[in-house]
Design a protein around this ligand. Sequence first.
Ligand code: SF4
Ligand code: SF4
Ligand code: SF4
Length: 264
Amino acid sequence: MAPKEKDVRTYLGVPLIKPRVAFFDFTSCEGCQLQIINNEGTLLDFLSLVEVVTFREAMSEKSDDYDIAFIEGSITRDDEIKRLRKVRNNAKILVTLGSCASFGGVNQLKNNFKNPDRPKKIVYGKHPIESGHVRAVDEIVKVDMKILGCPVKKEEIEKVVMHIALGKTVTFPKYPVCIECKANENVCLFNLGEPCLGPITRAGCDSWCPNSKAGCWGCRGPSEDANIDQMVRILKDNGFSKETIMDRLECFGGFQTLIKGVKK
Ligand code: SF4
Ligand code: SF4
Ligand code: SF4
C-alpha cells in the first residue's frame, strides 16, 4: 500500500517510509507484548517510527497488509501452525519476540514429560485444553531475527525497530551477561552463594537479574562459544546439585541442544 505524502519522513534527505508492523501471539503469557505497551516513557516516539496495523493486546483493528511481523509465543497446536504459515507468507520480515517464540521458553519444559498427558492433567485437571508438543517458531517457518528474553527488554525492541526503519544493520551482543554485570559493578553472585548462568548467557538485558542480586537463568539462551561443560564444572565446584544446575539450564529452552551431553 503506497504511503500518503504526509507519512513520508526523511533521514539525511533520504525518504523513509514507516514500516507497517503487526504483532501476533501464540502460546504465551503475553508478557512480551505487554513490555511494549508498558513502555510509557518512549511509546509515542516508538509509534512515530512504525504504523501498527495489528496488535490484539492493544487495539481492535486488524490487517493482513504488513511488512514486519512480531511473533510472541511457542507453537503447540495444529491451528497455530496454519496461522503462523499465513503470517510468514504475508510478512517481509518475521521477528520472534521472547524466549517462547525463539526457543520454546518455559512452555518447552513439558516436552520433558514421558507421558504428555501428565502436565495437562496436573495443570488443567477436569478442564483439559488442546495443547501438544511445544515447538519454537523456527521449527515451522523461516525466522529473520530473534529478540530474546523472558520477557524481552523494551529498549531492545525499540533499537531493532529503529534500525529496520532506518535501513541499518541490526546487531545483537555475542558476549555473555557477565560483561554487562561487570560494567554495572555488581558483586559476583557466586561470592554470595548464588548460582548464575551469566558466563554462558547472551547479553543484551543489561544484567537485569544480577543487578537485583538474582542469578541469571539463561532466558536469552547461549552467548557465542558458550562453554557449557566449564559452566557445569564451576557450578558443581561451588556446591550446587545436578538438579539445581539442570533446573537452570533447561528452564527456557535456549540451551537444549547444548546440554544433551550434560544430561548423560
Ligand atoms: S518469553 Fe516470557 S514473557 Fe514472553 S511470552 Fe514467553 S513466558 Fe511470557
Ligand atoms: S553475578 Fe553472574 S553475571 Fe555477574 S559476574 Fe557473576 S556469574 Fe557473571
Ligand atoms: S540476567 Fe539472565 S535470566 Fe535475567 S534477564 Fe538477563 S539473560 Fe534473562
